[in-house]
Design a protein around this ligand. Structure first.
Ligand code: BES
Ligand code: MN
Ligand code: ZN
Length: 488
């Protein structure tokens, strides 16, 4: 007798319909019913195109109901995540509160079972329920799994929960998720997992000279934070392997260079890079990765106000480099400059990766389909591209060469926060200038920059998620660290 237990919550509900997976070639179901379901699918001419499903009544016994979900014949990991999405879509379309998934052995999908459940959890996340970040699990659609599969389900949760937590944070409106709330929620979520979290508030930031972060935050009554989340997977080794730095603007109005709708209405998403690096740290801790990694998140709100900084100002950054503020809406690179400089001086990491919703312009080239990748290190570029290929978070490398240093030259300071306009004036707001600016603060460290302005929020469904916040970067960074740890 199979006993059922729930992926989301609550066990029980044995009357829930049974799910069966069918490709053009085979039916994946408990042996007792596989032949009968195959015959029925042949009889009705079910075209097993991924995304299709069929509701069968009275097949298992007179009262039972079977839902057939079509799957592809190839068995790449990403395919099974996508199938998880198709299961969620079928349950939603049928208005089913719950369904039973046959045991992994009956489905005969081996380790892919974990990817399937991961897909269910990722696609089961609904953004309108994300207002409370502590309840990001979708409670509408329960999937009941065999008790023997619970360990695999736990692995899937380890992977999906941190992504969904990041998505729920991104979904939070800026009036509810201020920098202080974001930092407190990160501390509350990560500390129980063995991660050490520190928060630096305005006084500490003045002491360390984080004038860039303070300048960006100065137009808001919500004080900034520099949040540090340390995972020491090899505590006996003093070195830090990686620093992940994420842009944490809980809102970006653009300040005196004020944004207008529709872009300004979306600017609660401007902390997606910060959410991504915190999610990545959570995944490392949950799988007890044998690496020493710190996430550094400068958190602030870029509001319009008479106080503080304005276009034309020159500010001295934490690194000591002076910044000419040509545009108060190019605030992300300023807070990252301080975050990266702090990460390098405090942790001396072997590699720094920053993740940021940095430029709207990256979307005119890469759309929502790829994050922009910038690094001078070819091996690091290849690793990140490969990691993203595996997790379904595509990145595309864009140029970062010394010949373009002129893009961020300034007459008034060491570096300008707006690019050189060029003949058509369009160069100023480009992603390359953003990457060039950040590079100035990396002190020659092995470094890569991911511009996720286009990939943090989806307007169309993908293999990993439905529309809304995507959690882009969480799985990719975890996967990359896993791969890097194995080759090191
Ligand atoms: N947070 C924005 C970038 C952004 C725009 C993210 C649209 C997601 C969607 C960033 O701070 C910004 O304002 N960037 C400027 C570039 C800068 C050089 C003025 C932009 O995109 O215009
Ligand atoms: Mn901005
Ligand atoms: Zn911004």
């Amino acid at each position: 007798m199979t006993s059922w237990t729930s992926v989301n919550i609550e066990a029980g509900r044995a009357q829930a319909p049974l799910l069966v997976l069918a490709s053009a070639r085979r039916v994946r179901a408990p042996a007792a019913i596989a032949e009968r379901v195959s015959a029925t699918l042949r009889a009705v001419g079910f075209a097993a195109q991924p995304g299709c499903w069929l509701d069968l009544i009275g097949q298992e016994d007179i009262s039972a109901r079977i839902v057939v979900v079509a799957v592809a014949d190839d068995t790449a990991k990403g395919r099974w995540r996508e199938t998880g999405g198709h299961i969620v879509a079928a349950l939603r379309a049928l208005g089913l509160p719950a369904a039973r998934l046959p045991a992994a052995t009956d489905l005969d999908i081996g380790e892919h079972f974990t990817s399937l459940i991961e897909g269910v959890l990722l696609h089961g996340f609904s953004p309108d329920r994300g207002r409370n970040t502590r309840h990001f699990e979708d409670r509408d659609h329960l999937l009941l799994v065999a008790a023997e599969d619970l360990v695999l389900v736990e692995h899937a949760r380890q992977r999906a929960d941190p992504v969904n937590r990041a998505r729920a944070w991104v979904n939070q409106p800026a009036n509810l998720l201020t920098p202080a709330v974001f930092a407190d929620e990160a501390e509350a979520a990560l500390t129980p997992l063995g991660i050490t979290v520190h928060q630096l508030g305005p006084e500490a930031l003045s002491e360390i000279g984080a004038r860039g972060l303070l300048a960006v935050a100065s137009g808001s009554d919500n004080p900034p934070r520099l949040t540090l989340a340390e995972w020491r997977g090899t505590p006996d080794r003093p070195e830090w392997d990686v620093a992940l730095v994420g842009k944490g603007l809980t809102f970006d109005a653009g300040r005196l260079n004020l944004k207008v709708p529709p872009v300004i209405n979306m600017m609660k998403l401007d902390m997606a890079g910060g959410a991504a690096v915190l999610g990545a740290i959570e995944r490392l801790a949950r799988r007890k990765a044998a690496m020493n990694v710190v996430a550094v998140v400068p958190m602030a709100e870029n509001l319009i106000d008479g106080k503080g900084y304005r276009p034309g100002d020159v500010i001295t950054s934490l690194a000591g480099l002076t910044i000419e503020v040509l545009d108060t809406d190019a605030e992300g690179r300023i807070v990252l400059a301080d975050g990266i400089a702090y990460a390098i001086s405090r942790y001396l990491p072997a590699t720094v990766i920053d993740v940021a919703t940095l430029t709207g312009a990256v979307t005119s080239v890469l759309h929502e389909d790829f994050a922009g990748l910038f690094t001078a290190d070819d091996a690091l570029a290849d690793e990140l591209i490969r990691a993203g290929g595996e997790t379904g978070e595509a990145v595309w490398r864009l140029p970062l060469v010394p010949a373009q240093d002129y893009l961020v030259e300034s007459i008034a300071a060491d570096v300008a926060n707006l690019g050189t306009p060029g003949l058509f004036g369009l160069g100023a707001r480009g992603p390359v200038a953003g990457a060039k600016f950040i590079e100035k603060f990396t002190a020659g460290c092995r470094w890569a920059h991911l511009d996720i302005a286009g990939t943090a929020w989806a307007t169309r469904p993908s293999s990993r998620s439905g529309p809304g916040p995507t959690g882009f970067g969480v799985a990719l960074l975890d996967r990359w660290i896993d791969m890097a740890g194995k080759t090191a």
